[in-house]
Design a protein around this ligand. Structure first.
Ligand SMILES: Cc1cc2nc3c(=O)[nH]c(=O)nc-3n(C[C@H](O)[C@H](O)[C@H](O)COP(=O)(O)OP(=O)(O)OC[C@H]3O[C@@H](n4cnc5c(N)ncnc54)[C@H](O)[C@@H]3O)c2cc1C
Length: 804
């Protein structure tokens, strides 16, 4: 065994082997994989081997598409068979809501280049004749669906990696991992010690235990899972071609041909977590005892959907565990708080996702950034607040909802409420209907009187529509109040703070007492943040950005920190409220002794002031696009701050407003939002964020070369705003934009402007189509809706109110 390597991968399941393969493919050959037993000794050997591209997250779906297309390449390279069966698959819809979901998926696939197709019940019956289509409204066919040989595929990855120089040490158990002062890792095994510059945790079923060796808690948990293989079935072996996969979400089952019979697996409601107190080290080559009782309801349902099953004998039952993260997506990337420690865990669909996970991690390690936005799988999308007590109920929920319809406005209930601010009870008392961001309860809107305290999950306008309209009106006509806890906030201090910020941020760093908006760029010039920088004093700044993205931002800021700078994540230490609307100044003026007149407290000013009894930092900005103030206090005084603002606000018609209203209000001003218009998938030139770049500043900011090149070349697409002639569903994101019968772009987000009473879409469109009078069609839930470009903001287009 080598004593020093560049990378040590722990775990020889499909994921570890894919990471190893991709590291060597991208050029790092001094890599070793340690496996405590034989390859595939965790979940991998249990797998049914099915693969598919469908995933609620578009980039995850793209990575799944990459994984599936990789198998042929792997076979050609290694001469080994992955046992591929590209038979195609159809996902059934037995409710209008599920049909909506499939149509929305189909629409996304149009610009992703995936050739999926919506089928009628008759067409489903024709291609998948074992299906009883009674009650089925239609389905989505994906020609890429199929299955493979899990062991053969894992060994093909391993061979590919070895051919490129990687070493694999079998029967080598890692017992400890210790961070070295030089940032590398000492990896202690039962065969000796290896020193590695980088460590990858691909421990699968044991990833929790491997993480704990470095003092890390990785939020994942194993669940038991079962599938049944039948004896021979004449309707199957009499066919000339292999039967396609059939996913029946209504019955929570997936079905495919296995030899001359069928194989069917279930995501049952009566599911069971496995190894709650930790995965035993001696587990690996055994199955869990059959438990057909647990799936008896699902089997009953399956007999109706696939009647041939009722007569078929059971040949084998496979019952094994595999791991899930709280939201079902993998946990990939640099683990916050540790140097050179990489996660490749929580992969619940190793044969759909393993290739994409390997590629992403290898790009991240070698190039410094993955080629696309990978927030959906970034290990930092969960914060240090996650615990086993949180993860377990979320993982159970995720398993049970694996085949449920996912709605864009859905708020999942498990493990809530968890993290709340002091204002939570006050808001609840006022009828708040909460959502959840990064574990935090956030008011989405306020129900009144008899209105239900629950938003119906829907692809169409929900029952929150009226309340949202009411809140928008209160902001635009008087004054609204909304909590500002849900921003990620950082305090940056030190005499070198300004030059450091000038290097980290592409925009202008403001003078004391002023605020600026600035993009933060990756070295390749992609957007990794849109931040508000407030200069509170010469050597003290507050950075404000996305709450849900705070751990990703913190990791980046710390990785790029200079000596002598103090950086503190104060997201949960600085809380408060924003007030917005034409009467906002009157409210603030009445509760502070400071002069807040337009001349003395200008748009984009920041000041420390006493508000009521509370010491606050007040910023004159508002995402509502109206006259507004963000008023931050410490959490201990948040309730007092509320009393002050609310009591005074009553004289001015103040109403509370939530996130739904905020997202409608921002549309009036065409404001983009993080991870919709602005994300690592896009560049400043494409999204108009280049107007915030200080190209003339005397600082070599990160990404400078790339954005200067983009400025010279011009971007290939641009962000535009459409008014859509929508029916009862507005744009959510990723709907294709058709221009002259061709898909020329896609929506980044949208919604309903209650102020202008218009359905609005923001979209990235081919730069050659960017004329002012552009007419297009946007495909919403299978309907082509006419859309016309608008260039004049719907509210306060001269910014008179916002800046006045
Ligand atoms: C019944 C069942 C059916 C499934 N069907 C499908 C399917 O159809 N399609 C699909 O895509 N997925 C399916 N899966 C899920 C799939 O099996 C997993 O997504 C995949 O195997 C995860 O692979 P992994 O490499 O992350 O983890 P694992 O396979 O668990 O591999 C981890 C490896 O790390 C090694 N290891 C751990 N700790 C150490 C240590 N300290 N030192 C050295 N080595 C260590 C282990 O021995 C093991 O080999 C199924 C799972 C089950 C249980």
């Amino acid at each position: 065994m080598k004593s020093h390597v560049q990378v040590c991968v722990i775990g020889g399941g499909v994921v570890g082997c894919s990471v190893l393969y991709h590291l060597t493919k991208l050029g790092w050959a001094d890599v070793v994989l340690l496996e405590r037993s034989e390859l595939t000794s965790g979940s991998t050997w249990h797998a049914a081997g099915g693969f598919h591209t469908l995933n609620g997250d578009t980039n995850m779906a793209a990575l799944q598409g990459y994984t599936i297309k990789l198998y042929r390449e792997l076979e050609a390279l290694t001469g080994m068979s992955c046992g591929l069966h590209h038979v195609g698959g159809v996902t059934l819809a037995d409710t209008p809501e599920r049909m909506d979901m499939l149509k929305a998926e189909r629409a996304k696939h149009r610009y992703m280049g995936l050739e999926t197709e919506v089928l009628s019940p008759k067409e489903i019956q024709d291609i998948a004749p074992v299906t009883n289509v009674e009650g089925v409204l239609g389905g989505l066919y994906d020609p890429l669906d199929g299955h493979l040989d899990p062991a053969g595929t894992t060994h093909a990855y391993a061979k590919g990696a070895r051919m490129n120089g990687a070493k694999i040490e079998l029967h080598t158990l890692v017992t400890a991992t210790n961070q070295r002062v030089d940032g590398g890792w000492e990896i202690v095994t039962d065969k000796g010690v290896i020193i590695a510059e980088h460590l990858v945790n691909a421990g699968g079923l044991w990833a929790r235990e491997v993480g704990a060796m470095a003092g890390v808690y990785l939020p994942l948990h194993p669940m038991e899972h079962q599938y049944v293989v039948t004896d021979e079935i004449a309707e199957i072996y009499d066919r000339d071609t292999e039967h396609p996969h059939v996913m029946d979400p209504g019955g929570e089952s997936y079905l495919r041909q296995e030899g001359r019979g069928l194989c069917i697996g279930f995501y049952e409601q009566a599911c069971k977590p496995w190894a709650v107190d930790g995965t035993p080290w001696d587990f690996g080559h055994e199955l869990l005892p059959d438990n057909l009782d647990k799936i008896s309801d699902s089997i009953e349902f399956a007999y109706k959907r696939f009647p041939v099953l009722e007569k078929a004998g059971v040949k084998t039952v496979i019952h094994g565990p595999f791991t899930f993260a709280p939201d079902g997506n993998p946990l990939v990337g640099p683990v916050p708080g540790l140097r050179n420690y990489w996660s490749a865990c929580g992969v619940m669909a190793g044969f759909s996702q393993g290739g994409g996970v390997g590629l992403t991690l290898a790009q991240w390690m070698i190039d410094g950034e993955p080629e696309r936005d990978v927030f959906a799988l970034d290990v930092a999308r969960f914060g240090s607040w996650t615990t086993p007590g949180y993860t377990l109920p979320k993982v159970i929920e995720n398993y049970q909802k694996r085949f449920s319809v996912s709605y864009p406005n859905e708020e999942l209930p498990a493990a809530r409420p968890f993290r709340t601010t002091p204002a939570y009870d006050i808001q609840k008392e006022m009828g708040a209907v909460f959502g959840q961001q990064f574990g935090l309860e956030v008011a989405n809107y306020f129900a009144r009187g008899e209105e239900p305290r629950y938003e119906t999950p829907s692809f169409r306008r929900s029952n929150a529509f009226e309340a949202t309209g009411r809140e928008v009106k209160a902001v635009r006509e008087a004054v609204g109040i909304n909590e500002v806890q849900n921003f990620g906030k950082f305090s940056v201090r030190g005499h070198r703070a300004r030059p450091w910020l000038d290097r980290i941020m592409a925009g202008r760093i403001p003078a004391p007492g002023r605020i600026s908006l600035t993009p933060m760029l990756s070295p390749k010039g992609r957007l990794i943040g849109d931040l508000t920088v407030s200069c509170i004093a010469a050597d003290e700044f507050q950075l404000t950005a996305s709450y849900g993205y705070q751990a990703v931002h913190e990791r980046w800021l710390r990785d790029n920190l200079d000596d002598g700078i103090s950086l503190e994540n104060i997201s949960d230490q600085r809380t408060g409220f924003q007030i917005a609307g034409p009467r906002a100044r009157d409210v603030l003026d009445a509760v502070t002794r400071d002069d807040v007149s337009g001349e003395n407290f200008r748009f984009m000013d920041v000041k420390r002031m006493t508000v009521g009894m509370c010491d606050c930092i007040v910023q004159r900005v508002s995402y509502t696009g109206d006259l507004g103030y963000e008023i931050y206090s410490d959490p201990m005084s948040q309730r007092a701050l509320w009393q002050t603002l609310w009591t005074e606000g009553q004289k001015h018609g103040m109403q509370p407003f939530g996130m739904r209203a905020m997202m409608s209000l921002r549309l009036d001003k065409f404001f983009g939002s993080w991870l919709s218009e602005f994300s690592p998938d896009y560049t400043p030139g494409e999204t108009g964020m280049d107007r915030f770049i200080a190209f003339n500043k005397d600082a070599d900011f990160i990404g400078r070369g790339a954005v200067e090149a983009e400025r010279q070349m011009g971007a290939s697409r641009g962000l535009v705003v459409f008014e859509v002639d929508a029916l009862d569903a507005d744009v959510v994101g990723y709907e294709p934009v058709w221009i002259n019968d061709e898909v020329k772009g896609f929506c980044t987000s949208g919604g309903y402007s209650h102020y202008a009473e218009k359905s609005i879409a923001l979209a990235l469109v081919d730069v050659n189509c960017l004329m002012d009078d552009l007419q297009a069609e946007i495909e919403i839930l299978g309907h082509m809706r006419p859309a016309k470009r608008i260039t004049r903001m719907l509210f306060d287009s001269d910014a008179h109110r916002m800046r006045g």
